[in-house]
Design a protein around this ligand. Structure first.
Ligand SMILES: Cc1cc2nc3c(=O)[nH]c(=O)nc-3n(C[C@H](O)[C@H](O)[C@H](O)COP(=O)(O)OP(=O)(O)OC[C@H]3O[C@@H](n4cnc5c(N)ncnc54)[C@H](O)[C@@H]3O)c2cc1C
Length: 390
């Protein structure tokens, strides 16, 4: 078998890169190790309108659960404040999706554009010649198959082996991964248009808890912890006791929070999505970034094949383009993540008290300075989040 491009992994990164490579006229094969694309879900399923602009796809009611207008932030004390979407701080309006359906639909769009797909097929090795990646060896229903390709796109997620096989330095140390657990629960009496984020060392040590509405009393309630003595599911089970609601699904997964790999390409290879660490390290959001980088990888593959140049030097275009699109944001988020990780419960409490009921876009510098008189240790946070943005 020979293709222009083989894509390893059949979820967001894989379907987006294969979609844009196929749209550009290439022969593309996407390989997914699971028997069904999109399951099990490892996501709280919220994303922005921008995701659909990047995909050039009209969002479909088949997988849209609710429209999201903003976020309610809760301190450990229960005090909270609301940040509305599409504001100067970069919060965007968006949706909560049914990702089981969305991921599969994206694979269907890619197949319609011409991508061949193999499911229940695991890539075991890369084929290399003179140091260049030129295909994969995969296992399909007990049989070993060799597939040659001019370019391999590794979209194999957090558990990625492909980048490492190509000699790239991956970033996922255990202490850099938020370990997450989530229930989809029924019987939740919450605002269907606002995401909830809850902070607190007893709620989610080193991370945060989310309640993302899916409409009709259904919501994803999950949390991520870093370096916690107890597991994510222990903390989650403790938190959900207060609700008169019942789970219909449990998801477990990890989010890489160390920022992107140093180098996401080599000769004949590009790395996309969670495999490349392109998740936002501040909030763990990866959907929009993954489709952005997946699209760039697919389009660069088209140009590389047209120019008959799949060398490392040519594929550097991929890295240059995705860094110019999201590199700065990832760097800022990494800085915020470090600031937030050092906040104590009392800090969240006083911040929520200060911000409760305020429109965060019109907080005056004078009131921030007055607040800082009493809480000078919060200057780095407030300076970065409010003053620099105004
Ligand atoms: C608990 C949790 C909550 C999250 N919530 C949100 C959220 O609300 N909003 C948001 O924007 N982001 C969220 N994220 C992040 C987001 O889900 C990911 O960033 C995104 O799904 C990454 O997509 P991907 O295609 O890169 O990787 P994945 O979705 O991990 O897909 C990789 C695919 O590759 C396949 N694969 C792996 N190895 C092989 C192999 N050798 N051969 C063949 N196939 C292989 C896997 O089976 C898998 O299907 C969350 C993540 C977690 C864990």
């Amino acid at each position: 078998m020979k293709y222009d491009v083989v894509v390893v992994g059949g979820r967001l990164g894989g379907s987006t890169s294969s979609l844009f490579a196929s749209k550009g006229g290439l022969d593309v094969l996407m390989i997914e190790k699971r028997q069904e694309i999109g399951t099990p879900v490892q996501c709280a399923e919220a994303t922005t309108n921008e995701t659909f602009n990047i995909l050039e796809i009209e969002p479909s009611p088949k997988y849209l659960c609710t429209d999201i207008k903003g976020v309610d932030f809760y301190a450990p004390s229960g005090k909270h404040f609301r940040v509305k979407g599409n504001n100067m701080y970069g919060f965007m309006e968006g949706y909560v999706l049914e990702r089981k359906i969305f991921d599969k639909q994206l694979a269907i769009e890619s197949a319609k554009a011409g991508t061949d797909i193999m499911v229940k097929t695991t890539v075991k090795e890369l084929i290399r010649k003179d140091g260049n990646v030129c295909g994969v060896v995969a296992k399909h229903l007990g049989k070993t198959v060799e597939i040659k390709a001019d370019i391999v796109i590794a979209a194999d997620g957090l558990e990625s082996n492909i980048a490492r096989m190509a000699g790239l330095k991956t970033v996922n140390k255990t202490e850099d991964i938020a370990s997450c657990a989530q229930y989809e629960m029924v019987g939740m009496d919450i605002d269907p248009n606002y995401l909830q984020i809850h902070h607190g060392a007893k709620i989610a040590p080193g991370g945060y808890l989310w309640i993302f509405p899916k409409g009709d009393g259904v919501a994803n309630i999950g949390l991520g912890v870093i370096n916690s003595k107890e597991t994510a599911i222990y903390h989650l089970n403790k938190f959900i006791k207060k609700f008169d609601a019942t789970p219909v699904e449990l998801n477990i997964g990890g989010v890489p929070l160390a920022g992107p790999m140093e180098k996401t390409y080599s000769s004949g290879l590009m790395v996309v999505g969670d495999a490349a660490g392109q998740v936002d390290p501040m909030n763990g959001a990866g959907i929009q970034n993954t489709v952005k980088c997946g699209r760039i990888a697919g389009e660069v593959a088209v140009e590389a094949i047209e120019n008959e140049d799949t060398s490392s030097k040519y594929l550097k275009k991929y890295e240059d383009q995705w860094r110019s699109a999201i590199g700065k944001t990832l760097e800022t988020s990494l800085r915020y993540q470090k600031i937030f990780q050092n906040l104590k419960d009392d800090d969240f409490n006083v911040l929520a008290e200060f911000l409760e009921g305020k429109n965060v876009e019109s907080i005056s510098k004078l009131s921030i300075l007055k607040f800082l008189k009493n809480y000078p240790h919060l200057i780095t946070l407030l300076f970065n989040v409010f003053i620099l943005k105004q």
